[in-house]
Design a protein around this ligand. Structure first.
Ligand SMILES: [Zn+2]
Length: 554
């Protein structure tokens, strides 16, 4: 939402991105907010649906990004890895950031191969338990995207056998030696479909443990920038050129494997190692763009301080339930990433020409995430939400919610929605009753106390009609929940779940967050030049960049 405001200068009511997730009012399903695959147009003929056009992939963000304005005015822009830029805009150089899926079409699905029983992934991964063959090796297949011809998943063979304390891994014909606790280089995987062609992807492998209890981790299947199957760069060949110059790089929108670490399928050192790699890639991209000197505006997004803060906040928050048991690595990781960020800023400043100007901004700060609030449980306890007869709780996607008796529901990280007549498929709240209902919820939720810690869970609740202005407010939550420091909506809440307990300890490694009342987590703006007027939030930075880029050199 903040990066969309950065791009377009609009508030969320204008650009239409309010959360990572949005709901479909026709069936209460939940979908990813950034990109959308429109179905192909079809005509019905003799009882068959005949496609007349390919489906289109669209960025759901509305409004015009400032880099398009800049290009129309004759400036050349390089925008690298900015969130919500997928599919890309046609500018001098663009590499899409958060929003780019893996080859399965997900935001990142890893694979863990083991020859013994382990817990399945709750989210973001798949576990393959494979018996060791009589010859001592493990053989399986890595599933890729569905074949356009058969509709079934295409696969590549995987073969793993012991090699000292490590393994020899054969994946899609390539064979490498892998020691325990070591990341492989990129391995290409080519998924072929009948007679027509192939889709190229790539993964990195990490041997979590060798035989006899072998565990091999494979990253999500990234689009290969050398032959991209998806529109990840502008011009289309830019990704390939970049890979030739700086080496092959992660292309997935959120390549930091936070779910793997949350679920103990990847340890902290492995995770931080992979963050070091993406950091080095961002640095190389920025240095390459600076050295190429063919852009008037260069934007490089470094997400690593955000991701490291999410995963290791427990190491510095002495009140976090996992603080006492956090490792030395967890305790030092945030200082490390800020040290690295500082080094990169210093080196960038040193590389600037006298007429260059540097703007450094963040989209938010950070806060403690000690306790998870189940907002749908609260709505249930307060009588705004009702479950089907006999149900005491509900899994995700509102599975057990009785819509005929539900006036409000929560979804995403900060949103409460009214079940409104004429908008939601089974809406029961009339438009004229909506304001009073929202006022009632807002007043009550700010008095919600954490039963165990006697603390206020929600600092404030804002009406969308006050917070957002614009034509794209259709997906907006009706009420925005501003959590107090220490609290966040639970993961279950974000997916429309109604668990049994109202507030509970956050026992996940994802231990810091920023989806709280905004005054608790202000972003920063630093400039290498004096500002002539105040900058009113992240939505005003694009205009600042444009005016600075057009200003004659001193
Ligand atoms: Zn974040």
């Amino acid at each position: 939402m903040a990066w969309s405001s950065f791009a377009t200068g609009l508030n969320p009511g204008g650009h239409g991105i309010f959360d990572f997730l949005h709901r479909d009012t026709s069936d209460y399903s939940i979908d990813f907010s950034i990109a959308e695959q429109l179905p192909p147009e079809t005509i019905s003929l003799l009882g068959m649906e005949i496609p007349t056009s390919d489906g289109a992939l669209v960025n759901r963000r509305q409004g015009q990004p400032f880099w398009l304005k800049a290009e129309h005015e004759g400036l050349r822009v390089a925008a690298m890895r900015v969130p919500v830029t997928y599919p890309v805009d046609p500018i001098t150089h663009m590499l899409a950031g958060m929003g780019v899926p893996d080859l399965l079409g997900t935001q990142g699905t890893y694979t863990l191969i083991a020859n013994h029983r382990i817990a399945a992934a709750e989210s973001g991964g798949r576990v393959l338990m494979v018996r060791t063959s009589p010859d001592g090796s493990v053989q399986t297949e890595l599933e890729g995207p569905n074949s356009p011809s058969s509709g079934k998943p295409m696969t590549v063979p995987v073969h793993i056998r012991a090699d000292g304390d490590g393994v020899r891994l054969k994946l899609d014909g390539q064979e490498i030696a892998l020691k325990p606790q070591q990341w492989s280089e990129w391995l290409t995987v080519r998924f072929r479909f009948l007679g027509l062609g192939s889709v190229d992807g790539m993964v990195r492998a990490r041997l979590v443990s060798g035989f006899p209890r072998m565990r091999l981790y494979l990253t999500p299947i990234h689009v290969d920038p050398r032959s991209p199957a998806l529109p990840i760069s502008a011009p289309a060949h830019d990704a390939e050129h970049l890979a030739e110059t700086i080496g092959v790089f992660h292309t997935l929108g959120m390549p930091e494997e936070t779910w793997s670490m949350n679920q103990d399928h990847l340890d902290e050192a492995a995770w931080l190692d992979s963050v070091k790699t993406t950091l080095a890639e961002g640095e190389a991209m920025l240095k390459h763009r600076l050295a190429a000197n063919d852009s008037d505006i260069i934007i490089e997004t470094f997400v690593q301080p955000d991701r490291v803060s999410h995963m290791f906040w427990r190491g510095r928050d002495t009140g976090h339930p996992l603080h006492a048991e956090s490792s030395d690595l967890a305790r030092s990781a945030i200082d490390w990433i800020y040290g690295e960020a500082d080094r990169i800023v210093g080196e960038t400043r040193a590389a600037l020409a006298p007429e260059d100007r540097l703007i450094l901004l963040s989209d938010h700060g950070f806060s403690d995430y000690r306790r998870s609030a189940q907002v749908n449980r609260w709505l249930l306890e307060q009588g705004f939400l009702t479950l089907k007869p006999g149900a005491r709780e509900s899994g995700p996607l509102f599975a057990e919610v009785d819509w005929t008796q539900t006036r409000a529901y929560a979804m995403g990280l900060n949103g409460i929605y009214v079940n409104q007549v004429g908008r939601e498929a089974q809406g029961i709240v009339k438009a004229e009753d909506k304001a009073a209902l929202l006022a009632d919820i807002a007043a009550r939720i700010t008095t919600c106390q954490d039963p165990e810690h006697q603390q206020q869970v929600v600092l404030r609740a804002s009406l969308a009609t006050d917070a957002y202005q614009g034509a794209s407010s259709g997906d907006a939550p009706d009420l925005i929940v501003g959590f107090n420091r220490g609290y966040r909506a639970s993961w279950q809440t974000s997916l429309g779940g109604v668990p049994a307990v109202l507030v509970e300890d956050n026992l996940q490694k994802w231990s810091g967050d920023h989806c709280v009342a905004p005054e608790l987590v202000p972003g920063v703006l630093l400039t290498s030049f004096p500002l002539t007027q105040p900058v009113d939030g992240i939505g005003a930075v694009g205009a600042l960049i444009l005016s600075e880029a057009k200003r004659p050199s001193p």
